[in-house]
Design a protein around this ligand. Structure first.
Ligand SMILES: C[C@](O)(CO)[C@H](O)COP(=O)(O)O
Length: 238
């Protein structure tokens, strides 16, 4: 079984809106529903869990019904940090999924995830036990010496830019969150599952990424998202 955990626990203050950015309506549909539809449509996704900001669980339930997201099985509360939110989502699945099931973590504010990206991350996780979507980096990266200057750069050929979806066998992700919180490794100053895994000594495997799979963080990102929907309106704006 392949289970998606969609992280929608944040308040999104950088967007400058009154409502959390995952619930902002774009052409009469909340951002989060665009994201959920990507998973709903994918034939290899069996169930969806949403880690949701408190006070919005009922709204999410109503939207899921309205837009036919019937793979949505669980809605759980977010935590104080991104790591706590993911951990809540993982622990909630204990006893409900099998150890060798694949759990796919995805940001609720990445609404343009497409089928091929999801398929590849699932296949790679089935093969290696984990997989993170990624792309080569095409800008130059400099390390700051101080607030105003630098003398060092990192060769971009050595870099990969990682995003979500990320997929892990359930036994791996569940045991590693327990270990991380018990030993306090990989959770402070490490904001996501991928960096926590590496801090706990796990080798990560790359899956295909996509430039289209943007994270909606600022108002400009929202404009880009709208422009994309309009440019491909036959598929998105029915
Ligand atoms: C994939 C990710 O960049 C972590 O590697 C993730 O999107 C980060 O999300 P955040 O909410 O900006 O920490």
């Amino acid at each position: 079984m392949n289970v998606a955990i969609i992280i929608a626990g944040g308040s999104g203050s950088r967007m400058g809106q009154d409502i959390p950015k995952q619930f902002i309506n774009v052409y009469d549909k909340p951002v989060l529903i665009y994201t959920l539809e990507g998973f709903q449509k994918h034939p290899q996704i069996d169930a969806i869990e949403v880690v949701c900001i408190d006070g919005w669980h009922d709204v999410l339930g109503a939207y899921a019904k309205q837009f036919g997201i019937d793979k949505l099985k669980w809605v759980v509360s977010g935590g104080e940090t991104g790591q706590e939110s993911i951990r809540n989502g993982v622990y909630q699945l204990e006893g409900k999924v099998s150890q060798d099931d694949i759990v796919i973590i995805h940001d609720g504010i990445r609404p343009l995830v497409d089928e091929t990206i999801l398929t590849d991350v699932i296949i790679k996780a089935q093969k290696y036990g984990n997989a993170v979507t990624s792309l080569p980096y095409n800008e130059q990266i400099f390390v700051i010496d101080d607030e105003v200057s630098t003398t060092r750069f990192i060769p971009r050929e050595t870099l990969r830019r990682v995003s979500t979806p990320q997929a892990y066998r359930f036994d791996l992700i569940d045991s590693k969150y327990h270990e991380a919180y018990e030993k306090e490794i990989g959770i402070y100053g490490s904001h996501y599952t991928n960096t926590m895994m590496v801090e706990l000594g796990v080798r990560l495997y790359f899956a295909a990424g996509s430039d289209k799979n943007i994270k909606l963080t600022t108002k400009d990102d929202l404009e880009m998202f709208k422009a994309y929907l309009k440019s491909d309106k036959d598929n998105w704006l029915k």
